[in-house]
Design a protein around this ligand. Structure first.
Ligand code: FAD
Ligand code: SIN
Length: 532
């Protein structure tokens, strides 16, 4: 058994920022970070475009960033949260700069600012086209400076511990459900450990692996959202899965390599197979319309022309500038035989970001006592029906700070729950056939991609649900009799994630933001969040 004051699940921007802030504030308290693979293998590491922030009020304004976020969110953002994140953002970004994160500067020492879809100004701070790698590097180095932070890699968290594990009946309507820590599989010893914590932060990232084609790395299996749902926490707006318009089209390669939207911000143009720059036909903002609009336009062009991709044309762009800003994309394209100055890049939309998640308030508090959520697994009200590009890293920084501030007020009054029993593995044995897991994963990804993609309708959602029901029943049967492994648990979590997406999509009888249902093509008058 392990005991810690603060338990952090995840070592991306959300988890590490919270850990560093908490460690600084409480040198005498312990902070334990659990990650299921290596510390830096996170969605954060793959972020390309950068971080949206207003840090020069002579060129930009909070009001414009707020307005852009609200327009992109298509009526469902929480305005107070948007204002708070935009206004607190600059201070939080300055903090990670102080901790060593470097963003590109021009010859005069001023920050270079990129542009992406839905932004009315150039405001994206970036580190070439590997911003996430730089932020992750700086945060890991900063976290390692604190002796009271312990990072346990290759510890797979399986479930959140609540009163349920003390033998009480816990339902969604139970008041004051409390989180006492987690059960986690130590993958070094292969032992299931009980970890008791006064405060737990869920910072477990995204869900992209629910789809066949995704920009998200293998770790993005919706574990945090599924665990929180099992523990009876409120989950919100899961129907809003964001598809990035321009993932490199390479059949059979997973995850898909992203071609950042900043390329379009610098002058890249989308063309269909006939060479037509089609975006102006769909939206006056053309290639820099918000992401939901561009992804839907590409989907429509692919269907109309019978192709599996469209092109991103960079041939007209300044060679020197392109290579300086996007060296990684330039090299990756060259590796597959595409010199972007003479050939167009084949691109297609891929599942990229989950705008919904574990519902939190403005302090990152979930509906469970002592459980906070931050980063991509959380639904804070910032993104509404469609996240504005590069607002995710910003949200994680602002909310990690807020979670830390709030938890700091509470920590001293919270006891450990020593009565929590050890994990009960009775009646289970080692899996006999891994194919039962791997094949179900493929089926799930197929169902989600074919029936719950960019364009939906009620028949497809109904089909998806009946197939998910079958996968759920088979997997629960297997779970009851099989020793827990990350593979089995991830499958189970992805099926739960799929279920939450389909169920929320089914309840939303309108088309808004990222959710487009041809049976209800218009927006409803009623503005509502779907909470499960
Ligand atoms: P992550 O960084 O994904 O970290 C999740 C952590 O949780 C990992 O450490 C993982 O090991 C751990 N974990 C998960 N499940 C378990 C478990 N069961 N047990 C133990 N540990 C677990 N956003 C922007 O704002 N700007 C961008 O330019 C941008 N570009 C992007 C490019 C790509 C290719 C991708 C995929 C995303 C991009 N995003 C961008 C989105 C952004 O990167 C993510 O939303 C953000 O980094 C998520 O951070 P996080 O801390 O919430 O989670
Ligand atoms: C990108 O660089 O295009 C991704 C930015 C984001 O997901 O916010």
């Amino acid at each position: 058994m392990l005991k810690t004051d603060f338990l952090v699940i995840g070592s991306g921007i959300a988890g590490l920022t919270f850990a560093v802030k908490t460690a600084k504030r409480f040198p005498d308290k312990t902070i334990t970070i659990l990650t299921k693979v290596n510390t830096d293998e996170t969605n954060t590491k793959y972020a390309q475009g950068g971080i949206a922030v207003v840090n020069d009020l002579t060129r930009d304004s909070y009001e414009k960033h707020i307005e852009d976020t609200l327009v992109s969110g298509d009526g469902l953002c929480d305005r107070d949260i948007v204002e708070m994140v935009v206004k607190e953002g600059p201070q939080r970004v300055n903090e990670i700069i102080e901790w060593g994160a470097q963003f590109d500067k021009g010859p005069g020492g001023e920050y270079m600012r990129g542009k992406e879809g839905g932004h009315s100004e150039n405001r994206i701070l970036h580190h070439k086209d590997i911003t996430g790698m730089e932020i992750e590097r700086a945060l890991v180095e900063e976290a390692k400076r604190f002796p009271n932070i312990e990072i346990h890699n290759h510890w797979y968290v399986v479930d959140i511990i609540t009163q349920h594990h003390l033998g009480y009946l816990v339902t969604k309507s139970t008041p004051d459900i409390e989180c006492y820590g987690v059960y986690a599989l130590n993958l070094h010893s292969n032992r299931m450990e009980k970890i008791l914590a006064k405060i737990t932060l869920m910072a477990s990232g995204g869900v992209g692996q629910a789809y066949r084609s995704t920009t998200n790395p293998r770790i993005a299996t919706g574990d945090g959202v599924a665990m929180a749902y099992r523990a009876k926490a409120r989950i919100e707006n899961m129907e809003f899965i964001q598809f990035h318009p321009t993932a490199l089209y390479e059949p059979g390669v997973s995850p898909s390599f992203l071609v950042t939207e900043a390329v379009r911000g610098d002058g890249g143009i989308l063309r269909n197979k006939d060479g037509e720059a089609f975006m102006p036909r769909y939206d006056a903002r053309a290639d820099l319309a918000p992401r939901d609009v561009v992804a839907r336009a590409i989907d429509s062009e692919m269907k109309r022309t019978g192709t599996e991709f469209v092109y991103l044309d960079c041939r007209q762009m300044d060679k020197e500038k392109f290579i300086a800003h996007f060296p990684n994309i330039y090299k990756r394209c060259l590796d597959i035989g595409i010199d972007v100055f003479s050939k167009m890049i084949p691109v297609a939309p891929a599942a990229h970001y989950c705008c919904g998640g574990i519902k939190t308030d403005e302090h990152g508090r979930t509906s469970l006592q002592y459980l906070y959520a931050c980063g991509e697994c959380a639904s804070t009200g910032l993104h509404g029906a469609n996240r504005l590009a590069s607002n995710s890293l910003l949200e994680a920084l602002v909310f990690a700070h807020r979670c830390c501030e709030d938890a700091a007020q509470k920590i001293d009054g919270i006891p450990f729950r020593d009565a929590v029993p050890d994990w009960n593995a009775s009646g289970t044995s080692e899996p006999k056939e891994m194919i039962l897991i791997t094949q179900s994963l493929k089926e799930l990804q197929q169902v989600m991609s074919d029936y719950v993609g960019i364009v939906r309708n009620d028949v497809r959602l109904g089909r998806a649900m009946s197939r998910l029901d079958l996968l759920h029943d088979e997997t629960e049967e297997l779970y009851k009799t099989t020793t827990v492994s990350p593979q089995l648990s991830e499958l189970r979590n992805l099926i739960t994630t799929g279920y939450l997406v389909v169920k929320s999509a089914h309840f939303r009888k309108e088309s808004r933001g990222l959710h487009f249902n041809t049976d209800y093509p218009k927006k409803s008058e009623l503005l509502q969040d779907i909470v499960l």
